[in-house]
Write a protein that binds this ligand. Structure first.
Ligand SMILES: Nc1ncnc2c1ncn2[C@@H]1O[C@H](COP(=O)(O)OP(=O)(O)OP(=O)(O)O)[C@@H](O)[C@H]1O
Length: 724
């Protein structure tokens, strides 16, 4: 007892535990009572179908139900994460004490026990500083595991108003949070959001909010917390309209996917850039193209090529229409067919044009009839459209074309060269066709996604299939119809059934992370999903993998148009130790002097290790073994694409202790991620094999939270800055 009193941390924890217990007890009560009300409501409906719950009961039922449902949902997530519902406390100059948490909880008298972190009353928790204390004397961060308080970190903001009894513990929550080892998933920062981050999080939703800043400045977490904030402050708009969060890769999404649920938000669609078009095409991809091919596929110069592609007739299409009417042969010849095609495509998308094409064919046939054909126009049309030869012709001559079927055609080098003449050089056209050779076997690459999306837009949705019996009549066997949409295509594009429907899903808010990598074609794809949305765009041009930064900028400016723009710059690197970031920034400024360099706040006293090995494969295993011993958390092995699989196999074969903490990634895949220890394998190859060159190496070098090791082959690499 005396011992507990003499230890200020223990007694302060006990005080906070009391309040946290109160909150959990209240939540338990509310959950039970909501279940009872819901149960009562259900039996009311069951016992008397004609009667309704009285309005006010209904509202209460709704409120409690929602409250308990939300609370139960959030608690399930929090328990799994071992993080607390209540994480902050403010002691104010007027003596008021406010607790801040992931959701707001009130007691029976409607007095707040905890304030939702997104509520205006919680703002001083994030904005108050010693120079502008906003009536806050002490800011306290509680560290909880589930409902148990396990730690406290205080910031004294206004010592003048602190009375003698106020206990201040720890050196501040931020440093404590930053020095903790990382797991394989990103954690929320709700307890330690910094003032400049808070401003971006709470900015109004309208127009475009652009958040920039160097590596590790919290752009991603800020974007995600902003999403949670927008849902809280404008729930009706954003929950019904939908929020889309786009990240660079599937690996990245796995890394961030817990952040929003831990903040109580689950109604958000997360998509990797490769899977954005999954609402309109069945197969999407995460494969990367090589640097040069990606540059061609991502460029706006692809647009005229795709436009030509959709109007280009298939090689095996019939060249002449012949039907027999009243014993007379009527013919529409190839020149006339071409004119009809041009005319219909001037007014219709290909997949919406068959009906108009049919009408034009009927008119052409009608005009060509000899005088022996003796019938009215209506009768003539009915007769001709009932002829198998006519229907078979129209399906073969005007097939419905799916986007993958169209894109696949560009794998033919001769066709690619012909259609690309002008916008692309012959060498670029060859890269394009070679880059589509694996489309059928391996599926699309990330860059193909935007091309497929553009094609869906140009072709229009594939119309519904004809009746089953007709399908087998016209689709089986005949080589003329080999390019029409296959049954597999049809089944795989279930959304493309209503020709009048907008094929793309649209959203009320779009968050684009790592936006510096978004190619112009991808911006077009994203814009279709957010035509009337507000946007948050997060990025750092110094980390761009896109070779033509100016073209990407132009594409973004075009999306923004005249909409209001708000800009925020994050200035502090919370991830990398100063020693690591110093090396990384020297590397990037040599090639990219305008890089926006943040200030690293933490120092570990350990310089990066620049190692050289005669044999890279054994070197990798040795260095990873050492790193596993030096850091508690994750170890990332960042490789050039050509060495990734080998490194993974060698590390698996070595069966190192702690192997579950290792992740092997390419420099491109390491975008947005972080590890406690990082080994960058052959940095010169990272530069040579990545579209962004030195900028991609900069990304790799800025992934560690603790230790950085680089490994050169044979001798010190050319990438090293002078003096390193
Ligand atoms: N206020 C904060 N409190 C605690 N940790 C923070 C804070 N801000 C950022 N961090 C941590 O810093 C690290 C980097 O954050 P994040 O990945 O969002 O940065 P980024 O700017 O997106 O980086 P990059 O551009 O390199 O991808 C994360 O571990 C994040 O949790």
């Amino acid at each position: 007892m005396t011992e507990a009193r003499s230890d200020p941390l223990t007694s302060e924890i006990a005080v906070e535990q009391e309040h946290v217990d109160l909150v959990y007890a209240r939540l338990g009560e509310a959950t039970r009572s909501a279940q009872e009300v819901a149960q009562a409501g259900r039996s009311l409906h069951r016992s008397d179908r004609e009667s309704y719950v009285r309005e006010e009961d209904g509202t209460r039922l709704y409120e409690r139900d929602v409250f308990a449902f939300q609370a139960a949902k959030r608690l399930a997530v929090l328990d799994a994460e071992h993080e607390g519902l209540v994480f902050g406390r403010l002691d104010r100059t007027d003596g008021e004490v406010r607790y801040v948490g992931r959701i707001g909880v009130r007691d029976e008298d409607y007095e707040p026990l905890v304030i939702d972190w997104r509520a205006p009353a919680a703002e001083p928790f994030y904005r108050a500083t010693p120079t502008q204390p906003m009536q806050v004397v002490r800011r306290r961060v509680l560290r909880c595991q589930g409902p148990k308080v396990v730690g406290i970190e205080d910031d004294l903001l206004d010592s003048e108003h602190a009375d003698g009894e106020l206990v201040v513990i720890g050196e501040g929550a931020l440093m404590a949070a930053l020095s903790r080892a990382r797991g394989h998933q990103m954690r929320d920062i709700v307890a330690t959001i910094q003032s400049e981050q808070d401003e971006a999080i709470r900015a109004p939703y309208q127009g475009f909010t652009l958040i920039s800043g160097g590596p590790g400045t919290g752009k991603t977490v800020v974007g995600l917390h902003r999403t949670a904030y927008l849902l809280y402050s404008n729930r009706r708009r954003f929950e019904s309209g939908g929020v889309l969060v786009v990240g660079p890769s599937r690996v990245f999404l796995n890394y961030i996917e817990r952040v929003l649920p831990s903040l109580g938000e689950e109604s958000v669609t997360l998509r990797s850039m490769g899977s954005v078009p999954s609402d309109v095409v069945a197969t999407t991809g995460e494969r990367a193209d090589d640097a040069a091919t990606a540059a061609v596929k991502g460029s706006l110069r692809m647009l005229p090529v795709l436009k030509r592609l959709v109007t280009e007739p298939f090689a095996d299409q019939p060249v002449e229409l012949r039907v027999v009417v009243q014993g007379q042969v009527l013919v529409v010849r190839s020149g006339q067919l071409a004119a009809i095609r041009r005319d219909v495509l001037a007014h219709h998308k290909l997949n919406a044009g068959r009906e108009a094409a049919e009408k034009a064919l009927l008119t052409a046939l009608w005009r060509s009839r000899p005088s022996e054909v003796d019938m009215e126009r209506d009768e003539f049309d009915e007769l001709v459209t009932g002829l198998a030869s006519f229907t078979m012709f129209t399906y073969a001559w005007w097939p419905s074309v799916s986007a993958p079927t169209a894109l696949r055609r560009l794998a033919d080098p001769a066709l690619a060269r012909r259609l690309a003449q002008g916008p692309l050089s012959a060498a670029e056209a060859d890269l394009l066709s070679a880059g589509l050779a694996d489309l059928d076997t391996l599926g699309p690459t990330v860059a193909d996604g935007a091309l497929l999306d553009e094609l869906v837009n140009l072709l229009g949705p594939v119309p519904p299939p004809p009746q089953e019996t007709e399908t087998s009549l016209f689709l089986d066997g005949d080589s003329d119809v080999s390019e029409v949409v296959t049954t597999a295509d049809r089944m795989s594009t279930p959304r493309e059934v209503d020709p009048f429907d907008l094929p793309h899903r649209t959203y009320a808010h779009v968050l684009v992370d790592e936006a510096q990598d978004t190619t112009p074609m991808q911006w077009r794809m994203l814009r279709r999903r957010g035509a009337s949305a507000s946007w948050t765009i997060v990025g750092d041009t110094a980390q761009s993998s896109w070779p033509d930064a100016e073209e990407a900028e132009r594409a973004l400016r075009e999306i923004i148009g005249t909409a209001p723009v708000r800009r925020f710059r994050m200035s502090t690197n919370y991830r990398s130790p100063a020693e690591v970031f110093d090396l990384a920034s020297r590397v990037v400024v040599e090639a990219y002097p305008e890089a926006d360099l943040p200030t690293a706040v933490r120092s570990t006293g350990v310089e990066p290790l620049l190692a050289v090995a005669a044999d890279v494969r054994t070197g990798v295993v040795e260095q990873v073994r050492a790193l596993l011993g030096e850091v508690e958390g994750t170890v990332g092995v960042v490789c050039p694409p050509s060495r990734r699989d080998q490194a993974e196999a060698d590390l698996a074969a070595a069966s190192l202790e702690g192997a579950e903490r290792i992740a092997v990634v390419t420099s491109l895949e390491s975008k947005g991620l972080e590890y406690d220890g990082v080994l960058v394998v052959t940095p010169d190859d990272v530069v040579a094999e990545s579209p962004g060159g030195v900028r991609s190496l900069y990304v790799s070098l800025t992934r560690p939270t603790q230790r950085l090791v680089t490994l050169d082959e044979g001798r010190p690499g050319r990438w090293r800055p002078a003096g390193a």
